[in-house]
Design a binder for this molecule. Structure first.
Ligand code: AMP
Ligand code: ZN
Length: 114
């Protein structure tokens, strides 16, 4: 999608701090980290949010979770623990409308979240 920040990162038009990449997903460090480790995982295909996910994209959706598992190992937060979040639309606090999974770790997370 032409006007999407994360699509511009996928194309290389806007730089980002890449942690992991394969043919279908890209993971990079959040520019404004809310935890010592704060990484975003996105599909390379533009999907606006969970609301827009199609049944045909279930493998891709699952790959985001398996990527979280891989990144937790790379970042050494698998054992200590981490949080994964998908924000959706206004009440969810979504600000970038290309589906992304936050992975946060390296400190104790609070519950319930704000
Ligand atoms: P959300 O609020 O769930 O839509 O999350 C969007 C996230 O993208 C926020 O945590 C931002 O800090 C992050 N973000 C925005 N611009 C950039 C950027 N240029 N590079 C890395 N992360 C970004
Ligand atoms: Zn996009």
């Amino acid at each position: 999608m032409n006007d999407c920040l994360f699509c511009k990162m996928i194309s290389g038009e806007i730089p980002c701090d890449i942690v992991y990449e394969n043919k279908s997903v890209l993971a990079f460090r959040d520019i404004d980290p809310k935890a010592p480790t704060h990484i975003l995982v996105i599909p390379k295909k533009h999907i606006q949010s969970i609301n827009a996910l199609k049944a045909s994209e279930q493998n891709l959706a699952g790959e985001l979770l398996l990527t979280a598992q891989k990144i937790a190992q790379i970042e050494d937060i698998a054992v200590s623990g981490f949080r994964t979040i998908f924000n959706t639309n206004t009440h969810g606090g979504q600000t970038v409308f290309h589906i992304h999974m936050h992975i946060m770790g390296g400190r104790q997370m609070n519950w319930p979240p704000g």
